[in-house]
Design a protein around this ligand. Structure first.
Ligand code: ADP
Length: 284
């Protein structure tokens, strides 16, 4: 069995959010569509990282030639869900020249003076780039909704607005890959505990994370509404069980590879006479 065949179902099919799917039904410890186990992961991840890197560089090379297309990976998930691990172990396999990483934290005073999509628009990937949003405009219907940071009619209007915004992006040539990562409360507790136990992980720990953890029922509602209202044909959500880090990383790698493959990229042809250049070089 070759390594990619360990996938019995395409992650793009099996992880796509479907109308009626409920968050409480997600088995966060499962590995949908994957027939292997943890032992298979390292070799497969290396193999697929290489494939991703090749396609990502091809996108970048085309961008250098004026291709306006780009890919945008949107990562959402509660603290410890593994967003950082995706950035490091999946996107990190790519050529940094073609990666545009942006994390979105609490808006600055300047950002708060603008429409919530203002800071998002400024960070969009340009032609040839793979953009990564570590949190995103979805915080404006998640944390903002849970903490009543604006009135319900204000956040309530954002779902349609976000759909229209993403439609505009896809029509302008950005393929959007939206990944919602879910860990169980027990797994989150374990990961927070690991962070507290290890001084090298203290930088990842934020006391506020425990307050958000206590609000999980409200977050679950907000995540459910997000999935129900903003999973569209042009920008569907993928729901990724994330208790097994090795699985979520493999799955997101496949989602990115499939998206890049759908662009039907090839290496840009030389815009000079190769033969003539070889001749010149020989005597240079
Ligand atoms: P992380 O927790 O992802 O490692 P940070 O420590 O920068 O990153 O925390 C980001 C925090 O910013 C999160 O608690 C998140 O909910 C919050 N945040 C992001 N976007 C917004 C927003 N639009 N309004 C309010 N809070 C936000």
């Amino acid at each position: 069995m070759t390594l990619p065949e360990l996938w019995t179902h395409k992650p793009q099919k099996i992880l796509a959010f479907k109308a009626g799917d409920r968050i409480e039904d997600i088995d966060t410890n499962s590995s949908p569509g994957f027939d292997g186990d943890k032992d298979d992961a390292p070799e497969l991840q290396r193999d697929r990282n290489e494939r991703f890197a090749e396609l990502q560089e091809m996108l970048y090379a085309n961008g250098r030639r004026g291709d306006h297309r780009s890919v945008l990976l949107v990562l959402q998930g509660m603290d410890t869900a593994g967003k950082g691990g995706i950035v490091e172990h999946v996107v990190g396999a790519g050529n940094p020249m073609g990666i545009q990483y942006k994390s979105f934290g609490v808006p600055t005073p300047e950002e708060l003076q603008h429409h919530y999509l203002w800071r998002i628009r400024k960070a969009l990937p340009t032609g040839g780039q793979v953009g990564v949003f570590d949190r995103s405009h979805y915080e404006d219907v998640l944390v903002v909704r849970v903490h009543n940071l604006v009135a319900p009619d204000v956040w309530g209007a954002r779902y349609d607005e976000i759909n229209a915004f993403e439609k505009e992006l896809t029509e302008a040539g950005t393929s959007i890959v939206k990944v919602a990562m879910f860990v169980s409360l027990e797994e989150q507790k374990q990961r927070l505990s690991d962070r507290l136990e290890d001084p090298e992980k203290h930088w990842k720990y934020n006391p506020g994370d425990l307050d958000e953890r206590a609000l999980w029922p409200q977050y679950r509602e907000a995540y459910q509404a997000m999935l129900d209202k903003t999973s569209t044909d042009h920008a569907p959500w993928y729901v990724v069980p994330a208790d097994k880090k090795w699985y979520s990383r493999l799955a997101v790698t496949e989602l990115l590879i499939e998206t890049l493959k759908s662009l039907q990229l090839s290496w840009p042809p030389a815009d000079f006479d190769v033969k003539a250049e070889k001749k010149r070089l020989a005597t240079a």
